[in-house]
Design a protein around this ligand. Structure first.
Ligand SMILES: Cc1cc2nc3c(=O)[nH]c(=O)nc-3n(C[C@H](O)[C@H](O)[C@H](O)COP(=O)(O)OP(=O)(O)OC[C@H]3O[C@@H](n4cnc5c(N)ncnc54)[C@H](O)[C@@H]3O)c2cc1C
Ligand SMILES: *[C@@H]1O[C@H](CO)[C@@H](O)[C@H](O)[C@H]1NC(C)=O
Ligand SMILES: *[C@@H]1O[C@H](CO)[C@@H](O)[C@H](O)[C@H]1NC(C)=O
Length: 438
């Protein structure tokens, strides 16, 4: 049972703050979630600026972990997502070469323990649900609105070919390549750089009809299970999406990423992909061979080291701009959702504009250690999953087996302690309690 209690429509103590003008840069999952959070709390002047001529999320499937389900419930978005979602009943970790199951985790207990299971959806459905909700609540979206920079003294946005736009608060949700983060760091004398992880990702989405004639593949798409094949320098995650009408496969592999961009639209060669997974189980290869060649994409995975801070006067960073992560524990968008929920909860408590800096500091204090930790857990998981065959790999596999009986898992996604920390915290409740103590 997901908590679907929606945020009350108008909870702002003072009309003056309802008219606070908030500029959000970026209409990704982070920016739109923030627009929903703020508009849902009664802020009436929320504008999202997006460079792209139109918004429509590209990309693959995405896991909506219990902590993210909870946030989407608060936002009033969860229920409309459900029709397109698949409720995962478990995850299976398999050996790359022979498809042998190393172990499996049931997700049944997640719902008992945390009030929500893990769902998987197509990102486009999640993105659209957030966008529709933001607009319905009165937020404004401007597309073709490329922000060239911020004036941190004046809280102004500089848009291409337009006079400066003044706001009371600027929220930078401009993604891993955030220009605003770079500007903020430069003001502190720091150099902003994202770090190549050496990992890249292929994404393949198969329609149900191409899998149905093969009983083994049909069984894959019919089971509400996430499969992870783990092998030397790579692992592959696969699960059904779109109410089991499509099958989502994402590989992450150590790759020569020179020349690869982080762009999710970069076309890739199917032959090279098949060669890369030569020697992997026929079950996976059958799927990869079915990849529609014109739609195959590969992109480089980068991360960012923890920042010294997320705030510069009345401008704050949020989501990937603040804590870009590897995808290995499926928390990038989930942490973005938590950022949005916490920031909007705290801002809604401000009585006057003078309260805002303290609310921003509390946002950073509550969010930054948690998000930075999640980034580190994802990095460790990648290292642990990509081992070459040998003694270390055998020890890892034993640990994975033991973990099902309660031991610490090298795969932090399936690790009980990590799950407790990630899924067990209601960040909105935490923000309420912390603010009350101010
Ligand atoms: C392979 C992969 C799998 C993943 N799987 C999961 C998962 O299962 N679960 C999960 O929770 N997370 C997952 N994530 C992470 C998740 O996708 C991201 O953390 C999340 O989408 C970040 O959203 P964002 O809003 O910060 O950035 P983005 O989605 O990158 O959005 C940024 C937006 O800002 C716009 N923009 C940028 N600069 C400007 C500018 N100057 N002016 C105006 N607009 C601008 C861009 O056009 C873009 O629309 C995965 C990531 C990857 C790479
Ligand atoms: C998973 O681990 C548990 C506990 O060690 C064990 O009982 C079970 O048989 C394992 N399952 C598989 C499929 O290996
Ligand atoms: C912070 O922003 C406010 C309002 O935009 C401005 O008056 C103030 O001078 C700024 N302070 C700094 C240190 O930039």
């Amino acid at each position: 049972m997901v908590a679907t209690a929606e945020m009350p429509a108008a909870v702002l103590p003072r009309a003056i703050l309802a008219n606070l003008s908030v500029g959000i840069v970026g209409a990704g999952i982070g920016g739109l979630a923030t627009a929903v959070g703020l508009a849902g709390r009664g802020f009436k002047r929320v504008t999202v600026y997006e460079s792209a001529p139109e918004v429509g999320e590209v990309g693959a499937g995405i896991q909506v972990a219990p902590n993210f389900c909870r946030v989407l419930g608060h936002f009033g978005v969860f229920d409309r997502l459900k029709a397109q979602a698949v409720r995962l009943e478990g995850a299976s970790v398999r050996r790359y070469s022979d498809n042998e199951q190393i172990n499996s985790t049931s997700f049944a207990s997640l719902e008992e323990e945390y009030g929500a299971p893990t769902y998987v959806v197509h990102r486009a459905d999640l993105h659209k649900a957030l966008l529709d909700r933001a607009l319905e609540l009165g937020a404004t979206l401007q597309t073709n609105a490329h922000v060239e920079g911020v004036n941190f003294e004046k809280t102004e946005l500089k848009l291409q070919g337009r006079p400066a736009l003044s706001h009371d608060l600027i929220i930078a949700a401009d993604g891993i390549k955030s220009g605003i983060r770079g500007q903020m760091m430069a003001r502190r004398g720091e150099v902003d750089e994202t770090i190549p992880t050496g990992e890249a990702a292929y994404r393949v989405i198969l329609p149900r009809r191409v899998m149905e004639s093969d009983p083994e593949l049909k069984a894959l798409i019919d089971a509400p299970i996430a499969t992870r094949w783990i092998g030397p320098d790579a692992h592959v995650v696969a699960y059904p999406i779109k109410a089991q009408e499509a099958f989502n496969i994402v590989t992450t592999h150590i790759s020569n990423t020179v020349g690869l961009t982080e762009d999710w639209t970069a076309r890739a060669s199917k032959d090279i992909m098949l060669k890369r997974f030569d020697g992997w189980t026929e079950t996976l290869l059958k799927c990869l061979r079915l990849a529609p060649p014109g739609e195959l994409v590969e992109w480089a995975l980068r991360i960012h080291l923890p920042l010294t801070g997320w705030i510069d006067n009345h401008t704050v960073l949020l989501a990937d701009a603040a804590h870009a992560t590897l995808p290995h524990i499926a928390q990038g968008a989930a942490q973005a959702g938590e950022d949005a929920a916490v920031l909007s909860t705290l801002l809604a408590k401000c009585q006057t504009k003078e309260d805002i800096p303290a609310a921003l500091r509390m946002y950073e204090r509550l969010r930054k250690p948690r998000a930075d930790w999640a980034v580190e857990m994802a990095r460790i998981t990648g290292e642990n999953l990509h081992m070459a065959d040998g003694a270390a790999q055998k020890a890892r596999d034993e640990a994975l087996k033991r973990a099902a009986a309660g031991g610490k898992s090298p795969d932090r996604w399936g690790d009980k302690d990590t799950q407790r920390r990630l899924y067990g915290l209601d960040v909105v409740k935490q923000a309420d309690q912390e603010y009350a103590r101010l």
